[in-house]
Design a protein around this ligand. Structure first.
Ligand SMILES: Cc1cc2nc3c(=O)[nH]c(=O)nc-3n(C[C@H](O)[C@H](O)[C@H](O)COP(=O)(O)O)c2cc1C
Length: 459
């Protein structure tokens, strides 16, 4: 069988993910694997049509396609996403149609499911026959049991191709375009005073005739003072994250001040209110957006927007993209910010969108006044615990910047250090073994679960 492997790591040959592909080559010598370092060579693929066509020809000739990629900030690397965009831009989708596909990722299991959802949706959009994914932790290949499972996964993929197994589409096609947004006349009511709060908007390409451009103009007009806007299309970005992890030691990226990204993030850190504005491209924002998002990794695993108000203004069918919605909410919780609102151009008539934008402006400033940040849900709690354990443990020496930050900000809140609770548990565990005492405790459990609230409830 001929398998075309699309490697999504910017590290190309020396990528962790690629070692898993090498293992498949060793384990299944009867199959041929044609590997393309997509993310690493994206600039050449963009510039030289013949190289891009070589990849597409290999896809067309393959029995199956393996999307092999590392996790990059809830998704795939920006340059891998750029390739996915190029497939459409260059009219190459036909090569993928009805091809069997599987996905392989390596990561530390932080939102690997959202990346896989994205790739599966991309496969569905390309009308591929998606068979499944294997989401490995970086070092799983070193574990015998997981090697066995990985072998099983790959054998299943080859089996599905051999028997031409039926596959089901999970994601329905998206509408081709959004209806034009027609804003009403300029802000009639009172404008929102910033009351000393700094607002910074980061916006993807937003020409004044686009829905996004018009929504942004309307939103900005809601404030009584000018707000700052950073345009990603003109921001100098010298390149995507290289995956070199130099930033791990002291949170200094190899790009340094050679481009505008660090300065842009510094502005966001100094703001009280941050608004991200973008147009949906396939099932995420543009790869340009993702380039900017990936470069946040200069601060590695540290929350960027603690205590800030956050919002999104989006052009595109967000209501049909629950995976992207999940990423937006999860990012805000991971960053310890309050996601105060999301306004899209699918919300209704021009007047309705205008009202939502005006409400968003008012809400952002009001909540900034109140410094409102709600408790994290599973998303934020899981992020804290995963990174706490990873940085305290295996990743500490590489990510010393995180270790210092986590120590300084009390992130190492391991339950083992809660001595009072441990003593209480030990004591009660012994008492619990005595049947009459156990009966009393069990009878009183429901009452005891609310007893301690009395200290805040009593008049
Ligand atoms: C910029 C950057 C972002 C990352 N984002 C995530 C992430 O969101 N979730 C996760 O589990 N791992 C994340 N990782 C870890 C990588 O996915 C992991 O190390 C992977 O095995 C690297 O594979 P590669 O060597 O093939 O590039 C990130 C790493 C980098 C450098």
């Amino acid at each position: 069988m001929q398998i075309t492997v699309l490697n999504g790591s910017p590290k190309g040959e020396i990528s962790v993910t690629l070692q898993y592909v090498r293992y498949l080559q060793k384990a299944f010598p009867e199959h041929q694997f044609k590997i393309f370092h997509i993310a690493q060579s994206i600039r050449q693929l963009e510039k030289e049509p013949s190289l891009f066509e070589e990849v597409i020809a290999a896809v067309a000739a393959a029995d199956g396609v393996l999307w092999a990629f590392p996790l990059y900030i809830f998704l795939v690397h920006a340059d891998y996403k750029r390739f996915i965009e190029l497939i459409r831009e260059r009219g190459a989708a036909a090569a993928f149609r009805h091809k069997y596909a599987a996905a392989l990722s390596t990561s530390i299991h932080f939102y690997d499911h959202t990346a896989h959802n994205y790739i599966q949706a991309v496969c569905d959009d390309l009308e591929m026959k998606y068979t499944g994914y294997f989401a490995a932790e970086m070092d799983d290949l070193l574990k015998e049991e997981l090697r066995k499972q990985f072998h099983c996964f790959a054998a299943g993929f080859f089996h599905d191709i051999a028997v031409q197994a039926p596959t089901a589409r999970r994601y329905q096609p998206l509408p081709p375009a959004m209806p034009a947004y027609l804003p009403g006349p300029s802000q009639a009511g009172p404008r929102v005073a910033l009351r000393g709060h700094r607002v910074v908007i980061v916006a993807d390409a937003a020409g004044s005739d686009t829905n996004l451009g018009k929504m942004l103009a309307k939103f900005e007009s809601c404030f009584s003072e000018p707000v700052e806007r950073l345009q990603l299309d003109t921001l100098k970005i010298n390149g995507g994250c290289l995956g070199c992890i130099r930033c791990g030691y002291d949170n200094v990226c190899v790009y340094g001040d050679s481009d505008d990204v660090r300065q842009a993030y510094q502005k966001l850190e100094a703001a009280d209110i941050v608004v991200y504005a973008g147009t949906i491209v396939d099932r995420y924002f543009s790869s340009r957006w993702k380039l900017f998002i990936d470069r946040r990794f200069e601060k590695t695993h540290q929350p960027l927007f603690t205590g800030k108000q956050f919002a999104y203004i989006i052009s595109g069918p967000l209501s049909q993209l629950p995976n992207l919605t999940e990423i937006l909410h999860s990012t805000a919780e991971y960053d310890r910010a309050n996601l105060a609102g999301v306004v899209t151009d699918e919300a209704g008539s021009g007047a309705e969108i205008d009202a939502l934008l005006a409400d968003l402006a008012e809400r952002l400033v009001r909540l900034a006044d109140q410094q409102y940040v709600p408790p994290a849900t599973f998303r934020g709690v899981a992020a804290t615990v995963i990174f706490r354990d990873a940085i305290w443990g295996r990743l500490r020496f590489v990510f010393q910047g995180d270790h210092r930050y986590f120590k300084r900000h009390g992130f190492y809140d391991f339950p083992q250090q809660q001595w009072g609770q441990r003593f209480f548990n030990g004591f009660m565990t012994v008492l619990f073994r005595i049947p009459p005492v156990r009966r009393v405790i069990q009878r009183e459990t429901k009452q005891q679960m609310i007893a301690h609230f009395q200290k805040v409830l009593k008049p």
